[in-house]
Design a protein around this ligand. Sequence first.
Ligand code: MG
Length: 294
Amino acid sequence: MKFVSFSVDSERIHVGLADPIQGVVHDLSDRLPEGADLLHVIEAWSGLEQIDEDLDSLPTFPLDSVRLCAPIPAPQRNIFCVGKNYREHVVEFGRSGYDSPDRSESLPEAPVVFSKATTSVSGPYDKIESHPNVTNELDYEAELGIIIGRGGRGITREEAFDHVWGYTIIDDFTARDLQRTHKQWLLGKSLDTHCPMGPYAVTKDEVPDPEDLRVQSWINGEARQDAHVRDLIFDIPELVSTISAGITLFPGDIIATGTPVGVGIGFDPPKFLQTGDVVEISITGLGTQRNEVQ
Ligand code: MG
């Protein structure tokens, strides 16, 4: 199932099920408690089958008539992110000189984990703020996002997928100058609107093997990134077990798994994003997000 958060003609955010083949979204609002968001659905994991049976009786809108928000528009806490998790990206990042203070092309020996502020989250088709007074070196990072459904601490590799609810697309927008200058990545990763998410939160039953997922990005139609999740240095079970070793994970937590080779700083000279540029990201079965830099 492809869950969405959407608005119709007001600021109120509805939870729905998208059917991109039919081009419609089924509104689940009447089936959920007043004010419930997608987090409620994620926490009530076992109730999904009942929703699926009754789709025809739900209010339905053309998909192109609604505004899609991030599936989880206001996460309960920062998005967990993983840096340097595809081999060739580690090399391009190290060579660029932006990996301050490390500047190494060698592979990390353990996952590099950081976070993005919740206020960076934006919708899958929203405009991205260029923040010209803060950064001159804006870059994109196409990534698979994991959505945790069952919380826990000390989750083992073998148990990891029992805690995964589903998947989404994340663009880990990065202000490279802030990332380099401040040496710790939070500022450079967390500017407002710099975490477009979605369009869908796809339940894991639709993704039999996440290793097969293909992650692709384009800038103004020019192909930039193209890799499979199986190319991750640290795979999904490793990321879940590493993060949860001493931090309790909650339903609705999101882990961005890292970006493949082909980001702007990988080029010589770097290809930073400019106003008017359009970033598109697709992942197999998870849809396509499209964001213009303004
Ligand atoms: Mg990233």
